[in-house]
Design a binder for this molecule. Sequence first.
Ligand SMILES: [Zn+2]
Length: 65
Amino acid sequence: MSWKCKYCGSVEFIQKFTGYHNPIFDKNGEYIKYSYQERTYENITCEECGSSGKYIKEIAEWVEE
Ligand SMILES: [Zn+2]
């Protein structure tokens, strides 16, 4: 069972994201914690043919095998 690209049948997809957090450091510069984090996801892209969409459903179909 897997998502397969509608256009080429590939099951490999990539999704880039950009993100940030507001780290808090101790006096040695070590992380104490991540106080907040945010990620923004880019389109999901088929690694094989390059088709992309905001949602996996736009570019791929769930195939039960
Ligand atoms: Zn594809």
